[in-house]
Design a protein around this ligand. Structure first.
Ligand code: NAD
Length: 503
């Protein structure tokens, strides 16, 4: 079966109308073979606005549905996702080039966030606050916010939507989703799966969850629409720099989940066998196309020669190939532009004194139109040039260090602030890294890699990563508005701060 046929089989099995992915102008390619798998009609601005109008109507109904009942819809979504896990996981592999295990893992993440959100639907707690006035009570109430616009990146084509949608729905908000133009099919499939849950749920309003297809302009229509109360945008820092100010101008809210330049520090006491495996997955997994991919590694001088030659060996031997037909650990880059950006970064690294191991295109791993590369490990004399930026490809820049406080400073001396790791069995080193003067990232780990977060924690990063938080912990608060309520149950009217105003 060709990839296109496989794609069509899965889409029709999941109930996606063929009119949504045939005869249109947006061409979707599989990075696995480079072949064109679908031609999708795009949504012009007027249709995006119509979708937002439907969502705004849905909001007026959904906000008054009790939160635990809203949670029931998300519980049904979790059930439908369990039933569709193999199909949707395979579609993720086809459209994003992920290994079967990572494709299935992404759907598992969707299921996990549904479970989390169902529990949350009974826990949208507000505080009761001590008041200075007698006979008064003060409290906080959390209310639904409004339409949530989700803009997502190609590399987590479905999980990012579910992080947002599961929380938004239990919080009482409709969702309009603009997926990456590189991965529209998995979005249509996810919407079809949610449609099944909606049919079982019964009385949810029309327009509660919608997908709009297209590129940047389609996203801009969501960004600029004042009825979209929250824009949750995941993608490059370049995109966030455009989206953030545009939403701010109309005083809308944003959750920005942008690029990372994640690093690990390997201390003298590290368990090197475990560290090696953690770095291998963190830096080479998903062909280096995770926002949390490890891109920089600082290795203590005393263990550099014990670790780095072993890493270079792992880079030279890791299996690379078609994720649908082989057991390869590393699949393709998303497209030719990603390959070219990788080669350009390697050239710059070499010019800056780096020694490059690997990085070449792997002949025979796939057809000419697909881009399979050997991950690159680059030994750098210092943190300079391309090391300071995110190149969305499997390149790991390795540097030596001698002093922990100095290397933490260097670790923090990049613009992004998403994820970070320290490898050590020394409590002092670990706690220093996690302290106020340690890693400045939104995620700081000990003895695990930079990637592979669980949904229970708040996910996101600082600085040019955008500051947004999604997923677990109290990230739900971004999807709700907070009201402070003061209730006077006395017969007097004492004013705060002792102010007197007798008439
Ligand atoms: P991208 O920035 O090219 O595109 C992301 C999305 O933004 C797409 O849907 C695109 O159509 C849309 N878009 C682009 N410009 C826009 C604009 N001006 N207005 C509205 N929408 C716009 O990113 P990509 O190549 O798809 O994904 C890779 C990037 O995403 C990497 O930088 C990666 O680190 C980042 N990423 C971050 C996270 C995170 O949680 N921090 C997660 C996944 C990916």
């Amino acid at each position: 079966m060709t990839i296109t046929n496989d794609c069509t089989r899965i889409l029709s099995k999941l109930g996606v109308d063929a009119a949504l992915y045939t005869g249109g102008t947006l061409h979707s390619f599989s990075p696995v073979t480079g072949e064109r798998v679908a031609e999708l009609p795009q949504h012009p601005t007027a249709e995006v606005q119509a979708a937002v109008a439907r969502a705004a109507d849905a909001f007026r109904i959904w906000r008054d549905v009790p939160a635990p009942r809203r949670g029931e819809l998300v519980r049904l979504l979790g059930e439908e996702l369990r039933a569709a896990k193999d199909d949707l996981g395979r579609l993720v592999s086809i459209e994003a080039g992920k290994s079967p295990s990572e494709g299935a893992g992404e759907v598992q993440e969707m299921i996990d966030i549904c479970d989390f959100a169902v529990g949350l639907s009974r826990q949208l707690y507000g505080l009761t606050v001590a008041t200075e006035r007698p006979g008064h009570r003060m409290m906080e109430t959390w209310h639904p916010l409004g339409v949530v616009g989700v803009i997502s990146a190609f590399n987590f084509p479905v999980a990012v939507w579910s992080w947002n949608a599961a929380l938004a729905l239990v919080c009482g908000n409709p969702v309009v989703w603009k997926p990456s133009e590189k991965t529209p099919l998995t979005a249509l499939a996810s919407q079809a799966i949610l449609d099944r849950a909606l049919a079982r749920f019964g009385d949810a309003p029309q327009g509660l969850s919608q997908v709009v297809i297209g590129g940047r302009e389609t996203g801009e229509a969501l960004v600029d629409d004042p009825r979209v109360a929250l824009v949750s945008a995941t993608g490059s820092t370049r995109m966030g720099r455009q989206v953030g100010p545009r939403v701010a101008v109309r005083f809308g809210r944003t959750i920005l989940e942008l690029g990372g330049n994640n690093a690990g520090i390997v201390c003298p006491s590290a368990d090197l066998d475990m560290t090696l495996r953690a770095i291998a997955f963190g830096a080479m997994g998903t062909a280096g196309q995770r926002c949390t991919t490890m891109r920089r590694l600082f290795v203590h001088d005393s263990i550099y020669d014990a670790l780095v030659p072993r890493l270079i060996k792992a880079y030279a031997s890791v299996s690379i190939g078609n994720p649908l037909t082989t057991q390869a650990l590393v699949g393709p880059l998303v497209d030719r532009a990603a390959f070219e950006a990788m080669q350009a970064a390697l050239e710059q690294a070499q010019a800056a004194g780096g020694t490059v191991h690997g990085g070449a295109r792997v002949a025979g791993a796939g057809p000419d139109a697909a881009y399979y590369v050997r991950p690159a490990l680059v030994e750098m004399p210092s943190q300079t040039g391309p090391v300071l930026e995110e190149t969305f490809a499997p390149i790991l820049y390795v540097m030596r260090y001698t002093d922990l406080p100095a290397v933490i400073q260097e670790h923090n001396a990049v613009a992004a602030g998403l994820s970070s790791s320290i490898f050590t069995t020394d409590l002092r080193d670990a706690e220093t890294f996690l302290s106020a003067s340690g890693s400045d990232c939104g995620i700081a780990n000990v003895n695990i890699g930079t990637s592979g977060a669980e949904i229970g924690g708040a996910f996101g990063g600082e600085k040019e990563t955008g500051g947004g938080r999604e997923s677990g912990s109290d990230a739900w608060k971004a999807y709700m508005r907070r009201a402070t309520n003061t209730i006077n149950y006395s017969r007097a009217l004492p004013l705060a701060q002792g102010v007197v105003f007798d008439i």
